[in-house]
Design a protein around this ligand. Structure first.
Ligand code: MG
Length: 257
């Protein structure tokens, strides 16, 4: 499959989906408190997205039943929301959420601390976020795909954290998953050339232990093989001649790259 590049007007249109997916993520994050169930978070997210003119992108995607993925502690991605899963102080929870507006998909994720977390988990969150910003910063015309992966991996490696290899970022547009895959590891100056108009979801998944993963029996939930905690941060980014532009952000929350 070829990469589907977007025009500047299409990138502007994608920002609507990006804004809604960022807004709902922030609102869900604020509700990640001890006692909340992941199903409550999911129902809140679905209502929020629909009442703001969007469609929950994840719901029904490949048969996924939720509007969010809610993955706690050693769970890396694709946790199915459940009334039986209740948050406790000390947990970390990765929320991944997509919103489709006017046919364009927005996709982003963040790992939140529930109550008070250990210094180790705090460091995991800080480093994973930092690695995402490094990857975003490498999403420039003149660079190649391997530069993004290398940037993410370098931050993780320096901190001694594992980099999940079995799951990657991706192109995004009218479909949530488009070409190319965007690995969180790589060799500088290798891989596909980055060109203006590419829109990518950059989403490092780092761990406090092994990078090796295991899919649970529900066919969705992905966990670390060693049971050590994992974090997941994701933003959608457009590559332009003027540098990377954040797509999945709220206007008043944009930060320089
Ligand atoms: Mg994604």
């Amino acid at each position: 499959m070829a990469v589907i590049k977007k025009t500047p007007a299409e990138i502007e249109a994608m920002k609507e989906a990006g804004r809604l997916s960022a807004a709902v993520l922030r609102e869900v994050g604020a509700r990640c408190v001890p006692g909340a169930s992941t199903l409550e978070l999911d129902e809140f997210a679905e209502d929020y997205i629909r009442s703001h003119g969007g469609i929950p992108t994840f719901k029904g995607y490949g048969g996924f039943p939720g509007s969010i993925c809610a993955s706690i502690n050693e769970q890396i991605v694709h946790g199915i929301p459940s009334p039986a899963v209740k948050l406790q102080s000390g947990d970390i929870i990765s929320i991944d959420v997509g919103a489709t507006v006017d046919g364009w998909a927005g996709d982003n994720a963040w790992t939140y601390a529930v109550g008070t977390i250990s210094p180790e988990k705090k460091r995991l969150l800080e480093v994973t976020e930092k690695s995402m910003w490094a990857g975003i910063s490498a999403a420039r015309v003149g660079n190649r795909l391997g530069d993004i992966g290398h940037a993410v991996q370098s931050v993780a490696k320096k901190a001694g954290l594992g980099v999940v290899r079995d799951y990657t970022g991706h192109g995004i547009g009218r479909n949530m998953h488009e070409d190319p895959n965007v690995p969180n590891y790589g060799i500088r100056h290798t891989g596909m050339k980055l060109e203006a108009g590419m829109v990518l979801a950059i989403e490092p998944m780092l761990t406090l232990g092994t990078h090796k993963t295991h899919v649970m029996s529900d066919g969705w939930l992905v966990v670390t093989q060693d049971g050590k905690p994992a974090a997941h941060f994701e933003k959608t980014v457009a590559i332009t001649e003027d540098g990377p532009i954040l797509v999945s952000v709220e206007p008043d929350r944009e930060r320089p790259i």
